[in-house]
Design a protein around this ligand. Structure first.
Ligand code: HSE
Length: 427
């Protein structure tokens, strides 16, 4: 091949950096691939918009199909489901390999894309879809192909980690911290996907599919976001020796897997506790390797472009030298557990009357539903006289049993309110 032609769909924060680096590192890429990479076009919504000086404006087009038809590799950085899905399928039908960072699309239509790539005998790569620059897709799919993964636990959304960290360390309000994350280019175009946990849920589904060789989609993930987290939650976590993080969990229990995203209390000694700012980290537990942690920048233009370009180099090498990306493996065929049957350790807060026998009655209700308590602490409530705050932590219990106990507690006269239920991770 004289050169490998790359069509770039999208020229936002990440696309701009991809275009810049293809230009700046062209000698290295040629040496690694065995032929030069040539950017044959950049599809944008509005070609008249002012762009970064690294962008060659003669490459801009408002017609993606025009450059898809010429390309050996299509890099999809538009995001969202449509028209991204249509353009990717179009690329496959023209015999182009695809590199995408589109977690929402993969978590909703991954099997369709994998099948179309296999049929066209081209590559589908998506390192940038999870945790920005961190090579966790490669890690799960290739580096750990000789092992059995049991648990994946990750801080995979930079925006929410930044927000929770700024609230904890610098005392910012939720809105102030979100605004800063947006200004720094971490947040999605619509930050709802970040703060409501949907971005992390899509990544959780992708990681679980790779770790457990089972198809998982975003609807399989139980999701809770961070919109209602308060300074009080963060302070009480710190008092108890924890830090509050939005964590994606994918856990195998025998032939079943549990998938969830939610605010999680992480002990200060846990490796995820030291992940600050917009950084991401994914802890993987495997039977032979034991615990591994992948850590790095999970958002932002240049870090994400690094992941995109690693895939471009791999796909381009296959075009030049032969070979294929790994195919989808779904032999694991694990059952995905319903939310009620998921098990976790929990912490919850109860405001109760400060009277003789109340603690016995509270623990009695938990016992009746098979909820085993691991710790209880009591403080005087600032809210009202004669009311105290109980913080209860449980051993591993099913959500169904916990919720049944909480439902009963919310109706008894010695309980004023049941607040904040969060999962708790162990070291
Ligand atoms: N909005 C995402 C984040 C960007 O904050 O992590 C990377 O997917």
């Amino acid at each position: 091949m004289d050169c490998v032609k790359v069509a770039l769909l999208g020229c936002g924060t990440v696309g701009t950096q991809v275009a810049r680096l293809i230009g700046e590192q062209s000698k290295d890429f040629t040496a690694r691939i065995g032929a030069p990479l040539e950017l044959c076009g950049i599809a944008v919504r509005d070609a008249s918009v002012q762009r970064d000086s690294s962008i060659d404006t003669s490459l801009l087009t408002e017609n993606p199909s025009e450059i898809i038809a010429q390309a050996d590799i299509v890099v999809e950085l538009i995001g969202g489901i449509e028209p991204a899905r249509t353009y990717i399928l179009e690329a496959f039908s023209h015999g182009a390999s695809v590199v995408t960072g589109n977690k929402a699309l993969l978590a909703a239509h991954g099997p369709e894309l994998y099948e179309a790539a296999a049929k066209a005998q081209v590559d589908l790569y998506y390192e940038a879809s999870v945790a920005g620059a961190i090579p966790v897709v490669y890690g799960l799919r290739e580096s750990l192909a000789g092992d059995r993964i049991t648990h994946v636990l990750g801080i995979v959304n930079g925006t929410t980690n930044y927000i929770l960290d700024e609230m904890a360390v610098n005392g910012l309000s939720f809105d102030e911290a979100l605004k800063q994350a947006q200004d720094l280019g971490y947040a999605e175009a619509d930050p709802t996907a970040d703060v409501d946990g949907l971005d992390a849920a899509a990544k959780c589904a992708i990681l679980a599919s790779l770790a457990f060789h089972t198809r998982a989609c975003i609807d399989d993930v139980h999701v809770q976001g961070i919109r209602d987290i308060t300074a009080h939650d963060i302070a009480s976590a710190a008092d108890a020796g924890y830090v509050l993080k939005l964590v994606a969990h994918a856990k195998r229990r025998g032939e079943e897997i549990e998938l969830s995203v939610g605010p999680t209390l992480i002990p200060l000694e846990h490796p995820l506790a030291s992940v600050h700012g917009s950084f991401n980290a994914v802890v993987v537990e495997a039977e032979a390797a034991d615990r591994l942690m992948f850590y790095g920048r999970g958002a932002g233009g240049a870090p994400t472009a690094s992941a995109v370009l690693s895939d471009v180099v791999a796909a381009a090498s296959h075009k030049v030298n032969g070979g294929h990306a790994p195919r989808e493996l779904i032999y694991g065929n694990a059952q995905i557990v319903s939310v009620d049957d998921m098990q976790a350790r929990f912490q919850l807060e109860l405001l109760v009357r400060d009277e003789i026998g109340v603690l016995t009655n509270v623990t009695g209700i938990f016992a009746r539903y098979g909820v085993s308590i691991s710790a209880v602490s009591q403080t005087n409530s600032r809210e009202a006289k004669g009311i105290c705050r109980l913080i209860v932590r449980t051993h591993e219990v099913k959500r169904r049993d916990l919720h049944a106990a909480l439902e009963e507690l919310s109706h008894v006269n010695f309980v004023d309110s049941v607040a904040r239920v969060m999962t708790v991770e162990e070291n």
